[in-house]
Design a protein around this ligand. Sequence first.
Ligand code: ZN
Ligand code: ZN
Length: 142
Amino acid sequence: MPDVRNCRRCGKIFTYTGGMQICHICKEQDEIDFRKVKEYLYNHPGATMSEVSSALEISVERIKGYLREGRLEIVGDMGNLILECESCGKAIRSGRFCDECSRGLASEMQLTAKDMTDMSKTGQQPNAKGVGMRYLNKDVRK
Ligand SMILES: [Zn+2]
Ligand SMILES: [Zn+2]
């Protein structure tokens, strides 16, 4: 049974073969648009995202998508073409998070794993309150 899905861009049904969920026609168009953007940036260093978008009639979202996928990287004078870190909003060149946040996310994940181990350990230990109570009772008896 072929894996048939709807193209996320044009809505047509196509046989999904992996990667982005778009049909081969849209994929081809995407490739052409991507090359156009790259070429435009090469010829117009320092162009802003909206300039590229209106000159090529490609939506800003699509251009941002190329940057997010890491296919297009902002180099040199293309400083106006910026993405924001999805976590702190800092300007980044490609991807989804700035260096700091991707490091932070990694350590946060480690912390969560550690917390979970600690919690399961604590669950097996005798109740601290119970120990205190026993101690208190002994004092009273003296
Ligand atoms: Zn399509
Ligand atoms: Zn960040």
